[in-house]
Design a binder for this molecule. Structure first.
Ligand code: CUA
Length: 376
């Protein structure tokens, strides 16, 4: 019969089981099927080129790791203390010139070996890509990404949080950081570059990270093989709602993308199914509440003159708001409930966002929500 263990042994047994469950959980968590944000699962030629470089460095690191750890383990067993040692201290060795040259030269050669393909890749991917890239200006703001299609075909379309691109074509991004400046009149102007903070643009499956730094124009090229929705994130702490500065790259077949772009270039559609949405439109274009909306947001078709237009880039362009799937930096799906909650109190959902609590009544919130959801 198995002897009864003491309470202490049972506790130890339970603890070790608990430890193994955690270790197994960590290992199994690596077996997930989807890697929507894994740089190790590249979905385009640029990400693949960077991934190949990573693989090379990883293999070198594994070889070094196995050799060094192997030598340590060998030394541990080969030179361990034995019963017949009589407590003698082993022969001390120091200052072997040959060995020192060898273990300085080998790492130096490995580093040179890694540096050559790394620098080569950096130069290959820098600058404007060859061919006929789609040009997009990316502006990092607190806390969302704005995308402006600057090429001839782009027709100045400005959108936010969701970047549509065609498949199989390089997309050349020029990136800046801006932030809003509140002026005496209460309205903001699009901030000078020096006021922007550092963001980092990262769509792991399409390209490596690129920091977006105030006062500089940074470049990055991305490209996708297949249509799909590729999640991205701001990868540099930029303030209170940094974690809510996500975005999506929506890759479409070229023809589908052209249709999308042509659609976005049209002004906001102003015929509504419901009286509620029409009431929302009246509110947004009114002198009272509307002034607060269009002080920071552009809705094409409701443009105002001069400086106001610059101001209207403080917040996301709302012209085709309802054609997107998410808003507020990509963390809220666009639906009635979320838009209403946002209009009621943006700061509760996204602390530090530029949009203040406007003090709208429930009726006004319902109407403006209906209007925004009609902007397809
Ligand atoms: Cu922008 Cu973090």
């Amino acid at each position: 019969m198995r002897p009864q263990g003491s309470h202490r042994e049972q506790r130890r047994l339970r603890r070790s089981w608990f430890g193994w469950v955690i270790v197994a959980g960590l290992i199994l968590s690596a077996c997930a099927q989807d890697y929507p944000q894994s740089a190790l699962d590249p979905a385009g030629p640029i990400a693949r080129q960077q991934d190949n470089l990573w693989n090379l460095v990883f293999v070198i690191a594994i070889v070094v790791f196995v050799l060094v750890q192997g030598a340590i383990i060998y030394a541990l067993f080969r030179f361990r203390e034995r019963k017949d040692d009589d407590g003698q201290i082993p022969k001390q060795v120091a200052g072997n010139t040959k060995l020192e040259i060898l273990w300085t030269a080998i790492p130096a050669l490995i580093l040179v070996g890694v540096a050559i393909p790394t620098v080569q890749t950096i130069f290959e991917l820098a600058g404007r890509p060859d061919g006929d890239p789609l040009e997009v200006r990316v502006v990092g703001k607190q806390y969302f990404w704005e995308f402006e299609y600057t090429g001839d075909e782009g027709q100045g379309v400005i959108t936010a949080t969701e970047l549509h691109i065609p498949t199989d074509r390089p997309v050349y991004l020029t990136m800046e950081s801006r932030s809003a400046v509140v002026t005496d009149t209460g309205a903001g102007a699009e901030g000078e570059a020096r006021n922007g903070v550092i963001h980092s643009f990262w769509v792991p499956r399409l390209a490596g990270k690129q920091d977006v730094v105030a006062g500089h124009v940074r470049e990055l090229t991305i490209q996708a093989d297949e249509p799909g929705r590729y999640p991205g994130a701001c990868a540099e702490f930029c303030g209170l709602s940094h974690a809510r500065m996500r975005f999506y790259v929506e890759a479409q077949e070229p023809a589908e993308f052209e249709d999308w772009l042509a659609d976005q270039a049209e002004p906001a559609v102003a015929d509504f199914d419901t009286e509620l949405a029409a009431e929302g439109e009246r509110l947004v274009s009114s002198d009272t509440i509307g002034q607060q909306c269009i002080a920071c947001h552009a809705i094409d078709g409701y443009d105002t003159e001069g400086e106001q237009v610059a101001n209207q880039r403080i917040g996301p362009n709302l012209t085709h708001f309802a054609s997107r799937e998410t808003f507020a930096g990509g963390f809220l799906p666009i639906n009635e409930e979320n838009v209403q909650a946002w209009l009621d109190n943006p700061q509760a959902l996204k602390p530090g966002a530029q949009m203040p609590r406007l003090g709208l009544t429930p009726d006004q919130i319902d109407a403006i929500t209906a209007y925004l959801l009609s902007l397809e």
